[in-house]
Design a protein around this ligand. Structure first.
Ligand SMILES: C[S@@+](CC[C@H](N)C(=O)[O-])C[C@H]1O[C@@H](n2cnc3c(N)ncnc32)[C@H](O)[C@@H]1O
Length: 316
């Protein structure tokens, strides 16, 4: 055996002994917090690769090349309409572009802009250099958001059923598979082309034992919601349902997600999603909001803003 291998073995053995004695000192109620410290540390180590990240990156690349999915990641069969109410209503639709945050992170967007396939700006006067940034809107969760939801926001999901309402390209399903122990992960998506895309990924990556997508309107799937321990709703209805439909869906959700203790993750908050809707029923008595720790280190301000849009509730 080479001398350097022996030295490395000795160092590793010493470290294992020290580590074992260190973890024995961790009080039970601090284990979760401590595991986060260790995970965060690994993410700062150059060259350290998490296998789950590798799978999710590979899925992203596959979906980018999926036949029939345009650069906007909006299928030709979808009816996406600019909201009449809420935060986006005041934006001029022609200055808004759909850029999927799960498929395209900032580095990929930079490459697409360099190739001339995407632009971050629009021209205020033709041929002039006076330009203004376009507003990018994503209909999917980013990798960063998925990791935050599954590693920091939600408790251990061992044996739990997770439902993503409006699963679209499926990031929440794949994130749930790779970053949580959830035993059953169900996506409900009303667009058939998007369901085909998700089924393709689920089969290709052998996730069928724990993951499935149901092609339906959530309004017809109350039995799935009743079974859920965790429900995720990411900007589901604003761009995909008119005001009357949104009111109907919220009434239905508050009646169907009734199991006490069910956790609901929303992006943005329920209040933001519903404040412009004239509802004659009370959502506040349905759930209580649980505080989230927002101790994001080494992130840029846009990413922190994104993560601060995540909210957690418990059905009371
Ligand atoms: C913003 S995307 C959510 C993406 C995904 N959950 C994520 O976080 O990446 C909203 C999706 O909800 C779907 N959707 C909207 N209303 C729905 C309904 N009533 N039933 C089922 N799916 C619906 C839309 O087709 C769209 O794909």
């Amino acid at each position: 055996m080479e001398e350097s291998t022996v030295a490395a073995d000795d160092i590793l053995n010493d470290l294992k002994t020290e580590f074992t004695s260190l973890v024995q000192r961790i009080p039970k109620h601090c284990i979760q917090e401590f595991s986060k410290v260790v995970r965060d540390w690994f993410e700062t180590v150059d060259g350290f690769v998490d296998n789950n990240d590798v799978y999710l990156n590979s899925i992203r690349e596959d979906i980018r090349d999926y036949e029939g999915l345009p650069l906007s990641a909006v299928m030709a069969t979808e009816h996406v309409s600019h909201p009449e109410i809420g935060d986006f209503a005041c934006l001029e639709p022609s200055n808004v572009v759909h850029v999927d945050q799960f498929l395209y992170d900032d580095d990929v967007i930079d490459e697409l802009c360099e190739d001339g396939r995407m632009s971050r700006n629009y021209c205020l006067e033709c041929k002039s250099h006076r330009t203004k940034p376009l507003t990018f809107i994503s209909h999917s969760a980013s990798l960063l958001m998925l990791k935050y939801i599954f590693k920091d926001v939600l408790p251990d999901l061992n044996g739990k059923v997770l439902v993503d309402v409006g699963s679209r390209l499926g990031p929440v399903l794949y994130g749930g598979y790779y970053y949580s122990n959830s035993s059953k992960i169900v996506g409900i998506e009303m667009n058939e082309d998007l369901c085909r895309l998700q089924s393709h990924v689920i089969e290709k990556y052998h996730m069928t034992e724990r993951v499935k997508v149901i092609c339906a309107d959530v309004l017809d799937k109350d039995e799935i919601l009743l079974e859920a321990d965790v429900v995720v709703m990411h900007n589901v209805f604003e761009f995909f349902a008119n005001i009357e439909q949104q009111i109907k869906i919220w009434r239905f959700l508050s009646k169907s997600i009734r199991k006490k203790g069910t956790l609901i993750v929303t992006i943005p908050s329920i209040d933001e999603m519903t404040q412009s809707l004239q509802m004659d029923f009370d959502l506040l008595s349905w759930v209580e909001e649980l505080p989230l720790a927002h101790d994001h280190h080494n992130l840029d301000p846009d990413d922190i803003d994104d993560l601060e849009r995540v909210h957690l509730y418990r059905v009371v």
